[in-house]
Design a protein around this ligand. Structure first.
Ligand SMILES: Cc1ncc(COP(=O)(O)O)c(C=O)c1O
Length: 381
């Protein structure tokens, strides 16, 4: 039995072609650190790292590669931004669809006097914009929001939220974990102050590398959460005040950057639009095959234009752990069950505490795999 990997929202598989070769090349033939040494190999690693920042600028419509900061991933990026920027007495607004990567740092900050409000979303996961706007007040310093829910796949109205934040001088931070590489993202057009991304999901790179794009205004008002050696201004005991060194203490994940570099070239060549078209055709097929079946609720926004390739199913009469296990054991269909690190999203969608069985797709999946998954689901309702 061949496995059908439908857990792309957790991490992509397969990865972009060539990333293991790019990583091996660095490990076997380059090996040098960044910013530390002045030799030919260090220069080669520096060139690839700078090129990777520039590729991210191209992908995300971002003007300045110096403001692209590498981190171990989107969770780290969100912690850096939230904990580096928010202070006691500040107010922060989030949506009711957030992942714990946003919620848990904010709960920690709330113990230090940061006030938090959750803007309500409807049962399909759509943000209720008037209610969101009503929560903004003079002490509101930051809005942080997922671009698309990792539970329902619903896309939130990011440009509209960005415009409201810009009008009021509020910083706007995007959790692009589920949209980077899947949607066309434009930092400026979305009115962002920061975009946080993972390398291992839609960008089709390795785990352990991600980053954040910071506007100059936000970067200037953020304290570096992690301090240490940067290979620059070593005579000072303070973190550098220039980018990206200010937020890149310690040795970066250089093999990861090489892998991400190759993956970004693949995505830019294929284009996110073309990848999305293929992925959403598979989602449409899956939803069509399962529509209106008794005992099964398809969670999330029905209009596919407002979704990414994540489909959560609520098996009304079955235990989701058992369903996911049977899908794997009997059919080789690999999914994820439970709350997907986003309990409030489930409360919003009406799937708490039972959670869902989540099927998530990439353009590498095929129509035959989707058909097999639909047959398996029907047999388990
Ligand atoms: C919306 C969202 N935010 C944040 C994360 C955290 O990603 P990572 O574990 O790669 O840091 C995820 C991962 O599933 C996610 O779906």
């Amino acid at each position: 039995m061949q496995n059908v990997y439908l857990d792309q929202a957790a991490t992509s598989f397969p990865k972009a072609p060539g990333i293991s070769g790019a990583m091996t090349e660095y490990i076997d033939k380059i090996g040098s650190n960044l910013n530390r040494s002045s030799n030919e190999l260090a220069a080669a690693a520096a060139r690839t790292t700078l090129e990777t920042r520039e590729l991210l600028c191209r992908l995300f419509g971002f003007p300045d590669s110096a403001h692209v900061v590498f981190t171990p991933g989107v969770t780290y990026s969100l912690n850096y931004v939230l904990k580096g920027f928010l202070k006691p007495g500040d107010h922060c607004v989030v949506s009711s669809m957030e992942h714990n990567a946003v919620v848990r740092p904010l709960i920690q900050l709330s113990r230090q006097g940061v006030a938090i409000d959750r803007a309500p979303c409807d049962r399909e996961g759509n943000l209720l914009l008037p209610q969101f706007e009503a929560l903004l007040r003079p002490e509101t310093r930051l809005v942080v929001m997922t671009h698309a829910s990792n539970v329902s796949g619903t896309i939130l109205p990011v440009p509209e939220v960005g415009a409201l934040c810009r009008k009021r001088g509020i910083a706007f931070v995007l959790d692009a974990a589920q949209t980077a590489g899947h949607l066309d993202l434009d930092f400026e057009a979305m009115g962002l102050s920061a975009l946080c991304f993972a390398g291992h999901k839609g960008l089709l790179g390795p785990a352990g590398v991600g980053g954040m794009l910071l506007s100059p205004e936000l970067a200037q008002s953020m304290e570096p959460l992690i301090a240490g050696g940067t290979g620059s201004v070593s005579d000072s005991e303070e973190m550098p005040d220039f980018m990206p060194d200010r937020f890149e203490a310690g040795t970066m994940n250089i093999p990861g950057i090489y892998g991400l570099n190759r993956a970004l070239k693949y995505i830019l060549e294929m284009t996110p639009q073309a990848l999305r078209e293929k992925e959403m055709a598979l989602v449409a097929q899956f939803i069509e095959e399962l529509r209106d079946l008794p005992g099964l609720r398809l969670v999330g926004e029905p209009d596919l234009a407002r979704r990414v390739g994540v489909v959560s199913l609520d098996f009304l009469n079955r235990d989701h752990g058992e369903v996911s296990y049977q899908l794997s054991e009997r059919y080789g269909i690999l999914t994820r069950c439970g709350l997907h690190c986003a309990p409030w999203a489930h409360k919003t969608l009406g799937t708490f505490p039972q959670g869902t069985v989540r099927f998530s797709f990439s353009h590498f999946n095929t129509e035959a795999e989707v058909a097999a998954a639909a047959v398996a689901v029907r047999s388990l309702i």
